[in-house]
Write a protein that binds this ligand. Structure first.
Ligand code: ADP
Ligand code: MG
Length: 222
């Protein structure tokens, strides 16, 4: 029984893409895979595209409400979206729901919301959620300009809160390969302060995710 949190240096950079690819890779390796998106905002007709994608990729039979205990209408930070619906988020409830999923599967992929310090309650962030569940974190970063700073900030913020950083994944959400994209990767490996486990070029498939899965398994085993 093991689990990890996929977080990112920002939103819209490849967390779901990476989480789904890893879920499929573990499934292909014969593992029973669970998924959790504890806080999802921007629901559409009672569903959420990240949650649906995670469920499909993992093949889990867990119900939507088990995979996603907190679903909000507005595409905002969970604490803000919750407030607009006059709801309160209980960190304890979110953690308990996540624990139940983790207990049912060999490996569970948990996708955060936004970045590591996005507020989920009035006082707590995704980082406190990860800490409560002792989830090691995998950080998805973009290859573009700004990533050296954002990635190192995320690594240092995670460590400062006592989280274990498994490593960094750079995901090319767009095919763009300008000067920054071409030069950042080498620097990132040396500068991020955590191992660069994969560079996911735009449109990568099962083979690249199998390699990432092996790298993550090796880190988890340490
Ligand atoms: N390496 C990649 N190759 C192709 N598409 C990608 C890649 N990384 C991200 N994307 C796409 O970029 C968009 C944003 O990624 P997503 O995983 O939804 O971000 P997040 O979960 O961090 O908000 C999605 O359409 C996703 O499919
Ligand atoms: Mg997502």
């Amino acid at each position: 029984m093991t689990a990890l949190l996929i977080t990112g240096t920002d939103t819209g950079i490849g967390k779901t893409f990476t989480a789904c690819g890893l879920a499929r890779a573990w499934r292909a390796a014969g593992r029973d895979v669970g998924v959790v998106k504890p806080f999802a905002s921007g629901s559409k007709r009672g569903r959420h595209e990240d949650v649906d994608a995670l469920i499909a990729a993992s093949g889990t039979r867990d119900a939507f409400g088990d995979v996603c205990p907190y679903l909000f209408r507005d595409p905002l930070a969970p604490s803000v979206a919750a407030k607009r619906e006059r709801r309160t988020v209980s960190m304890a409830k979110a953690a308990a729901a996540t624990r139940r999923v983790i207990a049912r599967h060999d490996v569970t992929v948990v996708e955060g919301a936004g970045g590591l310090l996005v507020p989920v309650t009035a006082r707590e962030t995704i980082a406190e959620f990860a800490k409560r569940l002792r989830l090691p974190v995998l950080i998805v970063a973009r290859p573009a300009l700004g990533t050296l700073n954002h990635t190192r900030l995320t690594v240092e913020a995670a460590r400062a809160r006592g989280l274990r950083v498994l490593g960094i994944v750079v995901s090319f959400a767009t095919p763009r390969r300008g000067l920054a994209e071409r030069t950042n990767l080498g620097v990132l490996a040396a500068h991020a302060g955590a191992p660069l486990l994969a560079v996911l070029r735009h449109g990568v498939g099962a083979r690249e995710f199998a390699a990432l899965r092996r790298a993550v398994d090796a880190r988890l085993a340490r």
